[in-house]
Design a protein around this ligand. Sequence first.
Ligand code: PMP
Length: 393
Amino acid sequence: MTPAARSYLDHNATSPLRPEARAAMLDVLDAPGNASSVHGEGRAARARLEQARGAVAALFGAPKSGVVFTSGATEANALALTPALEIAGKPVRCDVLLASAVEHPSVMRGHRFPDGAVEWLPVDGEGLLRLGALEDTLARHRAAGRTALVSVMAANNETGVIQPLAEIARIAHANGAVVHCDAVQAAGRIALDMDALGLDMVTLSSHKLGGPQGAGALVVRHPDTRAATPLIGGGGQERSRRGGTENVAAIVGFGAAAARARQGLEPEAARLADLRARFETGLRARFPDAAVAGAGAPRLPNTICAMFGRIRAETLVIALDLSHVSVSAGSACSSGKVAASHVLSAMGIEADLAAGAIRLSLGWSSTERDVDAALDALEKAVPALRARGARAA
Ligand code: PMP
């Protein structure tokens, strides 16, 4: 018996490796070479690394020298979120970190900012940053002579809601602030130009766009922007912004995935938007009482946060898994612990609905068959779990 085909709808947790990334990595795995060595092998590794740097920079219209490769987005966020920066070669001291209340946990930690120097900015019911609150908070700090680092994500990992980045950067810069953006979920899915948007630093992760896990980058708009002190010192790698021998194979896979994502960005976004619409139409028809978080805001074409009342998301995820459909409860990073999603609670979503929220995230390997399989599996699981819950109560 052949095993049943699985429908993997968890690209926001990790997207399967793209064939182009796999092929590029296999090439590198068989070639020795430290990118810092001067011999032929070293120079070949360096050339591959620089090609990947160019592909990653191109995703954001950034200069190639603005890309610092890291072990992933968590490290890139940790590198960016520091009070001591250098911008265009000049020291800039940030006294406070202002981040949205729906950021990924790796931003919420605040990293090198002391506890008292981090403030969370509210979002509205759709998950969009309240621009008035940003403006008022920045004005208050400015009046007190404090400089802020503003960190707002491009698109939310749980809901896909896209923030008004150009407006956020405009307000921040008008108040003398520096702007960092965690663009992990948006990169390679929607077009993002750092210059046009006015973003000073951007974080991204290889494995969300079809590259391997364990690679990421902090991209800066002005090449002479950096954390005054690197997180990891050592050799002079990455222009002394991140020590340690580069993970050439992973970075090359990252570059190949970035190039592939950029090349097909618009048609792929349209294809995913069609798949999302197919799912949401089916959802409304089968579950008139279900809701989609952030449905009234601009959203990534690949992400759906579907909320079912009277059900626990963790149990629903297990039931779907048994039907060969892979999704997450809230965000993958927070599943496993039964705490309410901080994103949905910041949006003011009622606790019962938030407790039954699952995230479906599509990507390059997703098809209509996957979407239909998810709808069929939900149709089977949701009434059964609700009935079981009602009997237990
Ligand atoms: N930021 C966001 C918005 C994410 O979704 C994730 C991954 N869940 C990260 C940061 C962390 O990425 P990485 O796994 O590369 O550390």
